[in-house]
Design a protein. Structure first.
Length: 573
């Protein structure tokens, strides 16, 4: 073979190798392209499938898995996220007398087992527990027990004592805000309070992942309950109630009714205390109504001169009725003095000039003729129907003849000091865009005048024990005799102090009410609001003010220099 032939053959082999390599590379590239295309297609399909599931909600398996991870009932939290009610898995103590078949229900005697259980649960009644064990009936012996208690019971060696796992509702703050929260029935649904209001949201798997947020501030709630309980003990009162309300939004930051109950343990002893004194019960609230009457008279142009004097030296005779004051404050009083001394006689004269039609209209605009607007069950007011007689107008003006809830009063005082706008109260935390516009009751100028008058009542009048340095508190006392089967009971009072702070720029209304306080050593033998309800305000405001962004400032106050020369110091309620 010639060298040319050999050279040609070698060149031809190299060409074929290059061609084979090129084809192999091309095939490899196409394979990569197909793999990439396949993955891209799968990713696109998955993406659109996920999007479709998100829009249509058609994911039963996913929902089932998510539902299993959710608590059986959603949480309730305060406005700052502090848990007030939550669900958790717990043990119960169940008596199963058939656990050993047809043999004896218990290894030991019912008396021995009952004694052992009482050692574990000292609050149990031995005799009742023994009877339940001896009855041979399957039943719950206790609905909520701790794991360590279950271990101690297991060590007794009684197969009939079983520990089924259950989902329980737990209130980590105990009895705090119990009347706001309510409780959950054994069926798992809300009873009373916001547990009932939010029941669907808290129970529905679609919404229970997000907690229900209340307007309540647990710090403020705790302070209010603490001071009301202290006042109850000092005055030996039958009960107490209180509210802290945002005057610009209607949000309730605290609502307390005492004595309270523990929603973790609903039993027969708790039942009487479930009744809410703040929203359910109506009372004749007495002289806290006088500023509302005066504001209506100022708005109507009946009271234009704060220096004008009204006769006050003798009881006011209206037909066969007589209106009198607790003390004789002199021959005459002007409006600031009438509020400072809490004069029924002068307030009745102002109302008489105003007229029943206008006073009734103002009170209707404040919602006094219907249940208070709040999410909780609410009492219906006792309200004079039809046209008001002259004596009705006069007595209503100072808080007699109309019975309201403290919730009515809180909303009215918010309008009295916030510039004249009434808004419904709410226990839901509101976003800024959710605050209702409200309705105007009084002109801003009328509200400004009332802030001056309310501040004077606390600085030099019957509300002096409600004062707290630097917090510029204003408010009004009210002491009303409770009606009974044979007329008014002179020894049983409802005492109230309705306050707002700081009066140079009001932000919060605070109501304190005492039910049947007694004259004790701590209250200098006095039963009126000045001695038991007013001090609650003086103690609670310095506790809650800084928490709510209101710091004491002795350099600021509402300007009362125009009115101060018109009045002197006063005693009374």
């Amino acid at each position: 073979m010639t060298s040319l032939t050999v050279s040609t053959a070698i060149s031809s082999g190299r060409v074929r190798l290059v061609d084979i390599r090129q084809r192999s590379l091309l095939v490899a590239k196409w394979r990569v392209y197909w793999v990439v295309a396949a993955f891209t297609f799968i990713a696109v399909v998955a993406f659109f499938r996920i999007g479709w599931i998100g829009l249509s909600g058609d994911a039963p398996e996913s929902r089932t898995m998510a539902d299993a991870m959710l608590p059986p009932r959603g949480e309730i939290v305060d406005r700052n996220g502090v848990p007030l009610a939550r669900a958790f898995p717990a043990y119960a103590l169940w008596y199963n007398p058939k656990a050993l078949g047809d043999g004896p229900a218990l290894v030991k005697s019912p008396a021995e087992v009952a004694a052992a259980l009482v050692r574990i649960f000292p609050d149990e009644d031995y005799a009742k527990l023994k009877a339940r064990l001896a009855s041979g009936k399957p039943q719950y012996l206790r609905r909520r027990i701790m794991p360590e208690d279950a271990n101690r019971i297991h060590a007794l060696g009684e197969p009939a004592l079983e520990f089924p796992r259950e989902n329980e509702r737990y209130y980590p703050q105990g009895s705090m805000a119990a009347h706001v929260l309510g409780y959950v029935s054994t069926e798992g649904h809300g009873k009373l309070g916001m547990e009932a209001v939010f029941d669907k949201q808290l129970f529905d798997p679609a919404t229970r992942a997000k907690p229900a947020v209340l307007s309540i501030d647990s710090r403020v709630q705790g302070a209010l309950e603490d001071e009301l309980m202290r006042a109850m003990q000092l005055s030996e009162a039958k009960g107490a109630g209180g509210i802290v309300l945002d005057v610009d939004t209607g949000e309730v930051l605290a609502l307390a009714s005492l004595p309270s109950f523990n929603p973790n343990l609903i039993d027969q002893q708790s039942v009487p205390n479930i009744f809410n004194r703040v929203t359910n019960q109506v009372y004749e609230l007495g002289s806290v109504m006088k500023p509302i009457t005066v504001a209506a008279a100022i708005e109507a142009g009946v009271v234009t001169d704060m220096a004008r004097r009204y006769p006050s030296g003798a009881p006011l005779q209206i037909g066969g009725f007589q209106i009198h004051d607790s003390h004789n404050y002199g021959a005459s009083l002007n409006v600031p003095e009438a509020l400072i001394h809490s004069s029924n006689i002068v307030t009745a004269q102002v109302a008489d000039q105003l007229g029943g039609v206008k006073l009734k209209k103002t009170m209707q605009e404040l919602g006094f003729d219907r249940r208070p607007q709040i999410e909780l069950p609410a009492g219906f007011p006792i309200w004079p129907r039809g046209d008001w007689a002259r004596i009705t107008t006069m007595t209503v003006s100072y808080g007699h003849g109309v019975a309201l809830t403290p919730m009515h009063l809180a909303s009215a005082y918010a309008a009295l000091v916030n510039g004249g706008i009434w808004r419904p109260a709410t226990l839901r935390r509101l976003q800024p865009n959710e605050v209702p516009a409200g309705k105007r009751i009084w002109a801003a100028s009328t509200s400004a005048r009332m802030r001056q008058l309310l501040r004077m009542i606390v600085s030099v009048g019957t509300g002096r024990k409600a004062d707290a340095p630097g917090f510029r508190i204003g408010g009004k006392t009210g002491s009303a005799e409770k009606p009974g089967a044979h007329g008014y009971q002179r020894t049983n009072l409802i005492t109230t102090f309705a306050a707002a702070f700081p009066m140079d720029r009001p932000r919060f209304v605070v109501i304190a009410m005492m039910d049947e306080p007694k004259g004790t050593v701590a209250t200098s033998g006095q039963r009126t609001a000045a001695w038991n309800a007013a001090p609650v305000i003086g103690r609670v405001v310095p506790r809650i003010g800084p928490l709510l962004g209101v710091m004491p400032d002795a350099t600021r106050d509402v300007d009362i220099s125009e009115l101060a020369p018109l009045v002197g110091n006063g005693e009374g309620e």
